[in-house]
Design a protein around this ligand. Structure first.
Ligand SMILES: Cc1ncc(COP(=O)(O)O)c(C=O)c1O
Length: 232
């Protein structure tokens, strides 16, 4: 991934060696927040029938949910598996509930080799109950995306440019010459604000992943950054 291309990547350019067992595509991606259009690039899956394509849709609710999901591919392709989680839009990270969608043969195989303990009854109950509140969850997704947009605008007024994202987290590049990503994160941490510097190969130490919080917390983030920048 390259900052010059806004961390976008054309998946049709993905070169898959013929003996590849598994390709994992994170859609939308983390830590960039941008999406890969798998439904319009199914030739990738067509061309590689012996490779299993795992499409991680942990954040799919933030890009229009079912409309952008690759879930419909499961009925046509035996080599596609979709994984999802209740940890993100559904806010149930503490329950540790996730699921996979694939053809029954693959699901049965995974069930047979899975030696993990089953879900706790309470976690299962919470996940099932949350499905009765999808409208409310979608409202919160919309609110969170709006709050993200506002945070991005406020950062822009401080000269901090962000990269396009479809989710509630995004990447920024620090514009200040005498401050790198690690130092910036450390200074924010002194104020109990935690952001993640990106240590990707080939990327200078200037990129940070921000996640949106509440409106109030975002205001604190902005005023804290102002304070830090004034002292530079
Ligand atoms: C892209 C992606 N997939 C999956 C997960 C797993 O989430 P969990 O283990 O909480 O279900 C995460 C967690 O951050 C993630 O970022």
């Amino acid at each position: 991934l390259c900052s010059k291309e806004n961390f976008n990547y054309d998946i049709t350019k993905l070169e898959i060696p013929s003996d590849t067992t598994l390709v994992a595509i994170i859609n939308p991606n983390n830590p960039t927040g941008n999406e890969f259009n798998i439904n319009e690039n199914i030739q990738l899956i067509d061309k590689n029938p012996h490779t299993l394509f795992l499409i991680d849709e942990a954040f799919i609710e933030f890009v229009g949910g079912t409309k952008k999901s690759a879930v419909n591919l499961v009925s046509d392709y035996k080599n596609v598996i979709i994984t999802r989680t209740f940890s993100k839009a559904f806010s149930l990270a503490g329950c540790r509930v996730g699921y996979a969608i694939a053809n029954s043969e693959l699901i049965n195989y995974l069930d047979n080799i899975n030696d993990a303990y089953p879900l706790s009854r309470s976690a299962e109950a919470a996940a099932i109950e949350s499905l009765n509140h999808v409208d409310k969850i979608n409202e919160r997704v919309i609110l969170l995306k709006r709050t993200t947009k506002d945070l991005i605008s406020s950062l822009k007024t401080l000269g901090i440019v962000s990269f396009p994202s479809e989710t509630f987290f995004f990447l920024i590049k620090i514009p200040y010459e005498n401050l790198d990503a690690d130092e910036f994160a450390d200074r924010l941490a002194e104020h109990n604000i935690h952001v993640r510097p990106l240590h990707l190969k080939g990327l200078e130490n200037k990129f940070i992943r921000f996640a949106t919080s509440t409106v109030n917390n975002n205001e604190i983030v902005i005023s804290t950054i102002k304070e830090i920048v004034e002292k530079l």
